[in-house]
Design a protein around this ligand. Structure first.
Ligand code: SF4
Length: 229
Protein backbone atom coordinates (compact mmCIF):
# COMPACT_ATOMS: atom_id res chain seq x y z
CA UNK A 1 0.00 0.00 0.00
CA UNK A 2 1.30 3.47 -0.81
CA UNK A 3 0.21 6.98 -1.48
CA UNK A 4 -0.43 7.04 -5.23
CA UNK A 5 0.83 9.44 -7.87
CA UNK A 6 -1.94 8.25 -10.20
CA UNK A 7 -4.14 11.30 -10.76
CA UNK A 8 -7.51 9.58 -10.54
CA UNK A 9 -6.90 7.66 -7.35
CA UNK A 10 -5.55 8.24 -3.80
CA UNK A 11 -3.93 5.02 -2.70
CA UNK A 12 -2.57 1.85 -4.21
CA UNK A 13 -3.11 -1.57 -2.65
CA UNK A 14 -1.19 -4.56 -3.97
CA UNK A 15 -2.38 -7.91 -2.60
CA UNK A 16 -0.74 -9.46 -5.67
CA UNK A 17 2.47 -8.49 -7.47
CA UNK A 18 3.98 -9.51 -10.78
CA UNK A 19 2.55 -10.05 -14.23
CA UNK A 20 3.35 -11.02 -17.82
CA UNK A 21 2.87 -8.92 -20.92
CA UNK A 22 -0.28 -9.56 -22.86
CA UNK A 23 -0.69 -6.79 -25.44
CA UNK A 24 0.98 -3.72 -26.95
CA UNK A 25 0.01 -1.50 -24.02
CA UNK A 26 2.35 -3.55 -21.82
CA UNK A 27 5.49 -2.68 -23.81
CA UNK A 28 6.91 -0.20 -21.30
CA UNK A 29 5.08 -1.57 -18.27
CA UNK A 30 5.55 0.79 -15.32
CA UNK A 31 4.90 -2.01 -12.83
CA UNK A 32 7.73 -4.08 -14.26
CA UNK A 33 10.22 -1.19 -14.12
CA UNK A 34 9.19 -0.34 -10.54
CA UNK A 35 9.37 -3.99 -9.52
CA UNK A 36 12.96 -4.32 -10.78
CA UNK A 37 13.90 -1.24 -8.76
CA UNK A 38 12.22 -2.48 -5.60
CA UNK A 39 13.81 -5.91 -6.07
CA UNK A 40 17.25 -4.28 -6.42
CA UNK A 41 16.57 -2.34 -3.22
CA UNK A 42 16.01 -5.64 -1.42
CA UNK A 43 12.30 -5.09 -0.68
CA UNK A 44 11.02 -8.48 0.53
CA UNK A 45 7.67 -8.25 -1.27
CA UNK A 46 9.48 -8.02 -4.62
CA UNK A 47 12.23 -10.59 -4.03
CA UNK A 48 10.86 -12.78 -6.84
CA UNK A 49 10.88 -9.89 -9.27
CA UNK A 50 7.97 -9.71 -11.69
CA UNK A 51 6.79 -13.29 -11.14
CA UNK A 52 3.13 -13.39 -10.07
CA UNK A 53 2.88 -13.68 -6.29
CA UNK A 54 0.01 -13.52 -3.81
CA UNK A 55 0.52 -11.62 -0.55
CA UNK A 56 -1.83 -12.85 2.16
CA UNK A 57 -0.32 -10.36 4.60
CA UNK A 58 -1.31 -7.44 2.36
CA UNK A 59 -4.92 -8.56 2.12
CA UNK A 60 -6.16 -6.89 5.27
CA UNK A 61 -4.43 -3.51 4.92
CA UNK A 62 -7.67 -1.68 3.94
CA UNK A 63 -9.13 -2.48 7.38
CA UNK A 64 -6.35 -0.35 8.92
CA UNK A 65 -7.24 2.87 7.05
CA UNK A 66 -9.18 5.10 9.37
CA UNK A 67 -10.61 7.40 6.68
CA UNK A 68 -12.45 6.47 3.44
CA UNK A 69 -10.01 6.12 0.56
CA UNK A 70 -10.13 5.83 -3.21
CA UNK A 71 -7.91 2.85 -3.89
CA UNK A 72 -6.28 1.58 -7.08
CA UNK A 73 -6.09 -2.19 -6.67
CA UNK A 74 -2.96 -3.91 -7.98
CA UNK A 75 -0.95 -1.13 -9.56
CA UNK A 76 1.92 -3.66 -9.64
CA UNK A 77 0.05 -6.59 -11.15
CA UNK A 78 -3.16 -7.72 -12.86
CA UNK A 79 -5.66 -9.29 -10.47
CA UNK A 80 -7.16 -11.44 -13.24
CA UNK A 81 -3.85 -12.91 -14.39
CA UNK A 82 -4.20 -16.67 -14.92
CA UNK A 83 -1.64 -17.34 -12.18
CA UNK A 84 -3.82 -15.73 -9.53
CA UNK A 85 -6.08 -18.49 -8.16
CA UNK A 86 -9.79 -17.75 -8.11
CA UNK A 87 -9.79 -18.37 -4.36
CA UNK A 88 -7.35 -15.51 -3.89
CA UNK A 89 -9.37 -13.20 -6.13
CA UNK A 90 -12.39 -14.01 -3.96
CA UNK A 91 -10.41 -13.04 -0.87
CA UNK A 92 -9.53 -9.68 -2.44
CA UNK A 93 -13.20 -9.15 -3.27
CA UNK A 94 -14.25 -10.17 0.25
CA UNK A 95 -12.01 -7.45 1.70
CA UNK A 96 -13.52 -4.91 -0.69
CA UNK A 97 -17.03 -6.12 0.20
CA UNK A 98 -16.29 -5.77 3.92
CA UNK A 99 -14.84 -2.25 3.67
CA UNK A 100 -17.66 -0.30 1.97
CA UNK A 101 -16.20 3.00 3.24
CA UNK A 102 -13.47 2.71 0.59
CA UNK A 103 -13.90 2.94 -3.18
CA UNK A 104 -11.84 0.42 -5.14
CA UNK A 105 -10.75 0.76 -8.75
CA UNK A 106 -9.76 -2.58 -10.27
CA UNK A 107 -8.19 -2.46 -13.72
CA UNK A 108 -7.36 -5.46 -15.90
CA UNK A 109 -6.23 -6.42 -19.37
CA UNK A 110 -7.51 -9.97 -18.74
CA UNK A 111 -11.12 -9.16 -19.59
CA UNK A 112 -11.94 -12.72 -20.67
CA UNK A 113 -11.00 -14.12 -17.27
CA UNK A 114 -12.83 -11.28 -15.56
CA UNK A 115 -15.94 -12.30 -17.48
CA UNK A 116 -15.45 -16.01 -16.75
CA UNK A 117 -15.16 -15.43 -13.00
CA UNK A 118 -17.53 -12.53 -12.56
CA UNK A 119 -20.50 -14.63 -11.40
CA UNK A 120 -18.40 -16.02 -8.57
CA UNK A 121 -17.62 -12.54 -7.23
CA UNK A 122 -19.71 -10.22 -5.08
CA UNK A 123 -20.04 -6.83 -6.75
CA UNK A 124 -20.65 -4.33 -3.99
CA UNK A 125 -21.21 -0.72 -5.09
CA UNK A 126 -17.75 0.37 -3.94
CA UNK A 127 -15.99 -1.73 -6.61
CA UNK A 128 -15.33 0.09 -9.89
CA UNK A 129 -14.21 -2.31 -12.59
CA UNK A 130 -12.17 -1.21 -15.59
CA UNK A 131 -10.37 -2.60 -18.60
CA UNK A 132 -7.33 -1.15 -20.38
CA UNK A 133 -7.87 -0.22 -24.01
CA UNK A 134 -4.70 0.98 -25.69
CA UNK A 135 -5.73 0.63 -29.32
CA UNK A 136 -8.43 -0.83 -31.58
CA UNK A 137 -6.99 -4.36 -31.37
CA UNK A 138 -8.28 -4.81 -27.83
CA UNK A 139 -11.71 -3.16 -27.88
CA UNK A 140 -13.30 -6.62 -27.40
CA UNK A 141 -12.32 -6.19 -23.76
CA UNK A 142 -15.13 -3.65 -23.46
CA UNK A 143 -17.72 -6.30 -24.37
CA UNK A 144 -16.52 -8.56 -21.56
CA UNK A 145 -16.56 -5.67 -19.08
CA UNK A 146 -20.04 -4.62 -20.20
CA UNK A 147 -21.42 -8.04 -19.28
CA UNK A 148 -20.12 -7.99 -15.70
CA UNK A 149 -22.26 -7.08 -12.71
CA UNK A 150 -19.93 -4.28 -11.62
CA UNK A 151 -22.04 -1.22 -10.79
CA UNK A 152 -19.45 1.22 -12.10
CA UNK A 153 -17.50 0.35 -15.21
CA UNK A 154 -14.64 2.32 -16.74
CA UNK A 155 -12.11 2.25 -19.56
CA UNK A 156 -8.49 3.23 -19.12
CA UNK A 157 -7.25 4.28 -22.57
CA UNK A 158 -3.68 4.71 -21.43
CA UNK A 159 -1.20 4.54 -22.93
CA UNK A 160 -3.31 5.45 -25.93
CA UNK A 161 -1.22 4.28 -28.89
CA UNK A 162 -3.82 4.30 -31.66
CA UNK A 163 -7.21 5.76 -32.56
CA UNK A 164 -10.38 4.32 -31.05
CA UNK A 165 -13.17 5.08 -33.46
CA UNK A 166 -16.80 3.95 -33.15
CA UNK A 167 -16.57 2.83 -29.55
CA UNK A 168 -19.67 1.22 -28.11
CA UNK A 169 -19.85 2.85 -24.69
CA UNK A 170 -23.19 1.38 -23.69
CA UNK A 171 -23.21 0.55 -19.99
CA UNK A 172 -19.80 2.20 -19.49
CA UNK A 173 -19.68 4.99 -16.89
CA UNK A 174 -16.41 6.76 -17.57
CA UNK A 175 -13.36 6.83 -19.79
CA UNK A 176 -9.81 7.89 -18.86
CA UNK A 177 -7.43 8.89 -21.66
CA UNK A 178 -3.70 9.42 -21.40
CA UNK A 179 -0.54 9.36 -23.46
CA UNK A 180 2.45 7.19 -22.66
CA UNK A 181 5.12 8.57 -20.33
CA UNK A 182 8.85 8.10 -20.47
CA UNK A 183 11.83 8.43 -22.78
CA UNK A 184 10.62 5.92 -25.35
CA UNK A 185 6.97 6.94 -25.18
CA UNK A 186 4.88 6.22 -28.27
CA UNK A 187 3.29 9.59 -28.98
CA UNK A 188 -0.44 10.12 -28.68
CA UNK A 189 -2.11 12.06 -31.50
CA UNK A 190 -4.26 14.91 -30.33
CA UNK A 191 -7.22 13.93 -32.50
CA UNK A 192 -7.37 10.47 -30.93
CA UNK A 193 -8.11 12.07 -27.55
CA UNK A 194 -10.54 14.62 -29.00
CA UNK A 195 -12.38 11.91 -30.88
CA UNK A 196 -12.84 9.80 -27.73
CA UNK A 197 -13.97 12.88 -25.85
CA UNK A 198 -16.55 13.52 -28.57
CA UNK A 199 -17.78 9.92 -28.46
CA UNK A 200 -18.15 10.18 -24.67
CA UNK A 201 -20.16 13.39 -25.03
CA UNK A 202 -22.45 11.82 -27.62
CA UNK A 203 -23.01 8.70 -25.53
CA UNK A 204 -23.36 10.46 -22.16
CA UNK A 205 -20.20 9.01 -20.64
CA UNK A 206 -17.88 10.88 -18.24
CA UNK A 207 -14.48 11.72 -19.73
CA UNK A 208 -11.25 12.23 -17.79
CA UNK A 209 -8.16 13.41 -19.64
CA UNK A 210 -5.03 12.55 -17.71
CA UNK A 211 -1.97 13.67 -19.62
CA UNK A 212 -0.36 13.93 -23.06
CA UNK A 213 2.63 11.90 -21.89
CA UNK A 214 6.20 12.06 -23.17
CA UNK A 215 9.40 12.57 -21.19
CA UNK A 216 8.03 15.11 -18.77
CA UNK A 217 4.28 14.88 -18.67
CA UNK A 218 3.92 18.20 -16.86
CA UNK A 219 6.04 19.93 -19.48
CA UNK A 220 4.22 18.34 -22.38
CA UNK A 221 1.08 19.60 -20.78
CA UNK A 222 -2.05 18.29 -19.21
CA UNK A 223 -4.30 20.90 -20.77
CA UNK A 224 -7.33 19.72 -22.59
CA UNK A 225 -10.34 21.81 -23.47
CA UNK A 226 -12.94 19.80 -21.60
CA UNK A 227 -10.91 18.01 -19.02
CA UNK A 228 -12.78 15.96 -16.44
CA UNK A 229 -16.22 16.27 -17.97
S1 SF4 B 1 -1.08 -6.19 -17.80
FE1 SF4 B 1 -0.44 -4.33 -16.74
S2 SF4 B 1 0.94 -5.02 -15.11
FE2 SF4 B 1 0.73 -6.71 -16.56
S3 SF4 B 1 2.49 -6.48 -17.95
FE3 SF4 B 1 0.72 -5.45 -18.87
S4 SF4 B 1 0.93 -3.29 -18.22
FE4 SF4 B 1 2.22 -4.55 -16.87
Amino acid sequence: MAQSSIEWTEMTWNPTTGCTKISAGCKYCYAEVMTRRLQAMGIEKYKDGFAVRMHEDALYIPFTWTKPKIVFVNSMSDLFHSHVPVEFIKKVFAVMNDTPQHTYQVLTKRAERLFELQNQLAWTDNIWMGVSIEDSRVTHRIDFLRQTNAKTKFLSCEPLIGPLINLNLENINWVIVGGESGRKARPIKEWWAWDIRQQCAEQGVAFFFKQWGGINKKKTGREFGWKNL
